[in-house]
Design a protein around this ligand. Sequence first.
Ligand code: GLN
Length: 382
Amino acid sequence: MISSKLPNVGTTIFTTMSQLATEFGAINLSQGFPDFNGPQALLEAAADHLLAGHNQYTPMTGLPALREQVAAKIARVYGATVDPESEVTITPGGTEAIFCAIQAVIRQGDEVIIFDPCYDSYGPSVQLAGGHCVHVKLDPVDFSIDWQRFADALTPRTRMVVINSPHNPSGALITRADLDQLAALIADRDIYIVADEVYEHLIYDGVQHASVLAHEQLYARSFVVSSFGKTYHVTGWKTGYVVAPTHLTREWRKVHQYVNFCGVTPLQWALADFMAAHPEHTDELPAFYQAKRDLFCDLLGGSRFTFTPSPGTYFQLLDYAQIQPDMNDVEMSQWMIREHGVAAIPVSALYETPEPGQRLIRLCFAKREETLREAARKLCLI
Ligand code: GLN
């Protein structure tokens, strides 16, 4: 028997629930991905580049044209100047970017503060680096950060903090004031930040995303991660990027060159073309997804679930305490798939220690109107 390096890890909840959804023919609102295609011009560009023979490695750092587009977008959206050559790297997905940042910085015995609930890759990535996760819980109702609790979790061994805004699974947003608090609390310490901003453009009700890229003091010690998959409706392209100051990018690339070396070439060409031709795409995303969120929430107004409309991401949390108070969320999710034909993510799976009595499931609304209507019809019958 091999002695596992990750003894407490099984198959991810996203894979598990998607498989169950397929097995039972349920509408899959569990794993986060759109059930519609990315923009036609983007897809055509990918096909063109593939046929034009853009099929060999890009530079290890990513296609220069795409890094330039990323830097241009960052300047346009956040007013921040980053050097596409020394601060931007294209990655095969946000998850790899986060993994490499953790491997580049964390040594045996270092502590990494992560806020629960959170995306499930953070913990195992820290463990594989020999680090130790210190889990700080977000507020169980609005998923805000309690900075006193964070301050109490800091020790001389704290080496990194992972923050995520808009937040998966809750959609909660970190504010500029939060970033200022964080900056003040770690100012005199040797602590690095992973800022998971993969849902940066999925933010609603006219609110502006408070990016670490626009916070000079924090950016100086940060790896900021984003995802073309979320922004261009192509999660299966597994293409993202990481932005970090030159000295951190240098260390990050040392790891990346031995994990993936580079991302997929024709997709990078296509994204570069599309970003150059359609800078407005990111400006239009909030309205595009807000319409989906509003439709879904309106339809669920007729259900017995309770909820607050999600401020960001393409996830909506639903509280089922009034429906099945005695079922835990894993049982509830399985029951919903089997008996009601809708798959969701049990939020407890994204905690180290679940909140006792919490009755929350996460549903993805990155779906066509007909999918949302059919799912909501089923959810209203529960
Ligand atoms: N980030 C996606 C989600 O939260 C899933 C990615 C994955 O399946 N690993 O649903």
